[in-house]
Each structure stands twice: as structure tokens, then as C-alpha cells.
Design a protein around this ligand. Structure first.
Ligand code: DAH
Length: 344
């Protein structure tokens, strides 16, 4: 009997020594000896009956000792396998931190979106609220309420896409002035964005669809000085601290007086260069004091209140700021162009 115990012990040692490479294999080996039903050590206990009664106690003790010894060995084996498996995992998942990193391709916002966000930030910083514009307007909001009735010669300033005699694609974001003044009483301080507008116009600096940002302030005693002050803040933020503005008389039916606003040339500092065509100034937007008739059309008392308004072309702003010479580059979705412009 003692021989059998010794040979089982040896078998266990050999087994552990020989083929075990994983926790699963160790478990299988353990089962061969310690499984309560089929294990070799369990089998020995079943043989108790056939042993002479005076030897039984001694035999039982030896089998139990073997069992405990085996349990101990298999516990150690399991620990060893656990460590080995972990080691293998570490090795397979090893990262070489000196390898050059794979480049991460990130997108960036479209230049028009960047400019729009910058303008919104500048004007909300001065207390303007943002309203949305409409892409389809009717004749009243796009023209008539803005003091441009039918047959008014100023209608020829914009080549309109008509959808029907009544409805049209917005030619300017100025209609947002009317929508706002109809809904809200002064004081009003709003910008309208994003502002898609449409005109039958197509060359290197004009596109049938482009974007404007409209501004409107209505309160007591609003003057051209307020307009100039605000626009100076705007040009400094967008074109740099050196930039200043100058106002030139112009004409828009919805403002009186109307002005064309120039920014001092940020390329040459005003000395005269190709960008400013030697004048030192670049035209950037139209603006003015809201025509009393427009205030009255919206039920605002023009004796007590006055307003200022301005309309900024986003494409023009982007083209000047980023040195883009053809408006089409902004609409062709050429990643080589778009990736070069990242101001955010
Ligand atoms: N709506 C004008 C245009 O599209 C731009 C403009 C000029 C807007 C003067 C204004 C303004 O608010 O006061 O040409």
C-alpha cells in the first residue's frame, strides 16, 4: 500500500514538472488526483473496506496526509500558473513608448463657421443677443418694411431669386431687424446669425449664396458715435489691435444716414499695398442709423428712439482675414485649403 501512495506522490510531482503551462492544465491535473469522485486519492479511500481492520487507521492517516500534501502542491502550482499567465499577458501587451505615435487626424471648423463664432463672441461680449435669420422671406420683410417698396430703385441693388410673386430667398439679413422689432420693444441689442443670403451674382468675389451677420441696436439717443465705437472694438478683435475704422457716406434705404465702413489696411498698416489697392483702407461693411420709417413700420416711436444697424459679409471677412483671393475656395470643400485655416 505504501508503495501505491509513494507512486501517486511521484506521479503528482512528475505531472507538475512535465506538462503544465496554464491554470486550466493545472486544474485538469489536479482533478486526476483530487476530484472527489474520480480522483486517484479519492479512489484509495474507497478501498478502505478491503484493508485489514488493524491497518485501517494507519492507512487512512497516510491517505489524508497525501491528500493534504497534494492540495498544497496544487495550490502552489495554481499560484505559479497565475503568475506565469500574467507575465505572458504583460509581454503580449507590451507597449514600446519610444515608437513614434500614429498621427491623429482631426478636423477643424469651416472658415465661415470660425469667423461666425468669432463675430458672435465679439458682439455677445458687448451685450448683444443672438437671433436666427430666415432663408425664405416674403417681400414685406426683405424689402417693403425696410423702406424699399415695389418699384423702389434700390431693389436693383440686389438680384433677387423669387420663389413666387410673394416669397423669395432672403437677399440680406436685414429682414431680421424687422422680425426683432416686431417682437420686442426697445432697448434692443441683437445680432442675427448665421445668416445665409442669396443673390443672382457669381464671380471671384461673389457667390449666389453667402453669409451675413446683421446687427441692430435701438434705444434712446443712439448715434453714429455708438456705431463707430462698436465697430472699432469689432475690427480690433478680428483684424488686430492696430486696426481702426473710417465711415464714408453711402446709401441704403433702411438707414439714414448710411455709411460704408472701411478698416485701416492690416496688411500694410495704412501705407498702401496690393490688398488695399494703394489706398490704405479696405471696405468691410455697410451700416447706418436706422431710418425713422423703418422704426415706424415696426411700431417704434421714432421721436423717442433711434437705432443703428450694420451688415457684415462673412465670406468677405474670412477672405480678407485669411488672404483668400477667390470666394469659390470657401465652397469647394478642398481639404488642402480648409486645413490651412484653423484659428480656434
Ligand atoms: N443689407 C445690406 C446689404 O446686404 C447691408 C447693410 C447695410 C445692412 C447697412 C445694414 C445696414 O444693417 O445698416 O447690402
Amino acid at each position: 500500500m505504501n508503495d501505491r501512495l509513494a507512486s501517486i506522490r511521484q506521479e503528482i510531482l512528475d505531472g507538475i514538472e512535465a506538462h503544465v503551462e496554464s491554470r486550466a492544465a493545472a486544474f485538469e491535473l489536479r482533478k486526476q488526483f483530487l476530484d472527489s469522485k474520480t480522483g486517484k486519492i479519492g479512489q484509495l479511500l474507497k478501498e478502505m473496506k478491503s484493508i485489514a481492520p488493524e491497518e485501517r487507521a494507519g492507512f487512512g492517516k497516510s491517505v489524508n496526509e497525501l491528500k493534504e500534501w497534494a492540495q498544497q502542491r496544487f495550490m502552489e502550482l495554481d499560484e505559479k500558473m497565475k503568475a506565469k499567465e500574467l507575465q505572458r499577458r504583460y509581454e503580449s501587451e507590451k507597449i514600446d513608448v519610444t515608437m513614434p505615435a500614429e498621427g491623429v487626424i482631426t478636423g477643424n471648423l469651416h472658415p465661415i463657421t470660425q469667423i461666425r463664432n468669432q463675430l458672435i463672441e465679439v458682439f455677445t461680449g458687448m451685450g448683444f443677443e443672438v437671433v436666427e435669420t430666415r432663408e425664405i422671406e416674403n417681400d414685406y420683410y426683405n424689402f417693403t418694411a425696410l423702406n424699399t417698396p415695389k418699384d423702389h430703385p434700390a431693389r436693383d441693388m440686389q438680384d433677387t431669386f423669387y420663389l413666387s410673386p410673394e416669397f423669395l430667398l432672403a437677399t440680406q439679413t436685414s429682414a431680421a431687424q424687422i422680425h426683432t422689432m416686431e417682437k420686442k420693444k426697445p432697448p434692443i441689442k441683437m445680432i442675427a446669425a448665421p445668416g445665409k443670403v442669396f443673390r443672382s451674382d457669381d464671380d471671384a468675389t461673389h457667390s449666389p449664396m453667402f453669409h451675413q451677420l446683421e446687427g441692430l441696436v435701438v434705444d434712446k439717443k443712439i448715434t453714429l458715435c455708438d456705431l463707430k465705437g462698436m465697430l472699432d472694438v469689432f475690427v480690433k478683435k478680428i483684424y488686430g489691435e492696430e486696426a481702426t475704422t473710417r465711415l464714408r457716406p453711402s446709401y441704403f434705404p433702411f438707414t439714414e444716414p448710411s455709411v460704408e465702413v472701411d478698416v485701416s489696411c492690416f496688411a500694410c498698416g495704412g501705407k498702401g499695398c496690393k490688398l488695399c489697392k494703394g489706398t490704405g483702407w479696405i471696405e468691410i461693411l455697410g451700416a447706418g442709423i436706422v431710418n425713422k420709417k423703418v422704426l415706424e413700420n415696426c411700431g417704434i416711436d421714432s421721436e423717442n428712439y433711434s437705432g443703428l444697424a450694420f451688415g457684415i459679409g462673412l465670406e468677405r471677412t474670412a477672405m480678407l482675414k485669411y488672404g483668400i483671393n477667390n470666394i469659390k475656395l470657401l465652397f469647394e470643400s478642398d481639404l488642402r485649403v480648409l486645413q490651412q485655416i484653423n484659428d480656434n
